[in-house]
Design a protein around this ligand. Structure first.
Ligand code: KIV
Length: 260
């Protein structure tokens, strides 16, 4: 049985919550030991080659979510509502339902939008919030919550999302000291990306942590593998083998039945 929202929420202050992004069946089967597989709209960048997440559509998010859903056995699936898909309560609810129908257990949206969050929850769909850097609308990528005033705004935004009923909140690129204060002040688990250690959980984009996407290399990413190098090397060996007729060898070939 996949993890439940309740099991994940109960981990606050007991054990860290683990989250990675996932956008397809194969990666979901490989990453399923985490608590949450996040079908992030970062898919627009790492899967579709866009410069940012703004152009991602509902149809695309539904397709990525279906692939992840077909591969998971253990993790909870949270899918991102893409840019412009939750501009009003009615769109937010119908688009959230589309992601649930595609296999998500919950949805995530960016910003302090308590009324939208409440409308989705009223329709029976759990919501994860997202504060700090908001890639769908950000003009530039910069660290948030660096001054006392900004930290106070972030804390108030967090409380508004907590009161609206979000079961967790993702924070992106927030100063570590601000994050400590927020994590201690809200009852919902905080999940950080680029926010330091004072969060209840961590999320990374899977292509970043595996070294598969080398267009950007943010300071907050820990690269556990360098898969892009490994893949380029393997493909170059394959090209060499085919061109030099080393592949396919006899063991890769089928033969006619021998006559007796
Ligand atoms: O889309 C995404 O991958 C995300 C993470 C950065 C949290 O929202």
């Amino acid at each position: 049985m996949p993890k439940t929202i309740n099991e994940i929420v109960q981990k606050k202050q007991k054990q860290k919550i683990t989250v990675v992004t996932s956008y397809d069946y194969t990666m979901a089967t490989l990453c399923d030991q985490v608590d949450i597989l996040l079908v992030g709209d970062s898919a627009g960048m790492v899967m579709l080659g866009y410069d940012n997440t703004s152009p991602v559509t509902m149809d695309q998010m539904c397709m990525f979510t279906e692939g992840v859903s077909n591969g998971r056995k253990n993790a909870l699936i949270v899918a991102d509502l893409p840019n412009k898909s939750y501009d009003n309560e009615s769109d937010a609810v119908s688009n959230s339902q589309r992601l649930i129908d595609a296999g998500a257990d919950a949805v995530k949206l960016e910003g302090r939008l308590p009324e939208i969050v409440k409308a989705i929850i009223k329709a029976g769909i759990p919501v994860m919030g997202h504060l700090g850097l908001l890639p769908q609308t950000a003009k530039k990528y910069s660290v948030q919550g660096k001054t006392e005033d900004d930290a106070q705004v972030l804390l108030e935004d967090s409380k508004a999302l907590e009161d609206a009923g979000c079961f967790t909140i993702v924070y992106e690129m927030v100063a570590s000291e601000t994050m400590k204060k927020i994590t201690e002040s809200v009852s919902v688990p905080t999940i950080g990306i680029g926010c330091g250690k004072y969060c209840d959980g961590q999320v990374l984009v899977i292509h970043d942590m595996l070294g598969l996407y080398d267009k950007i290399n943010p300071k907050f990413v820990k690269r556990y593998l360098s898969l892009s190098d490994t893949i380029r090397k393997a493909v170059s060996e394959y090209v060499n083998d085919v061109e030099n007729q080393v592949f396919p060898a006899d063991e890769h070939s089928y033969h006619m039945e021998t006559q007796t």
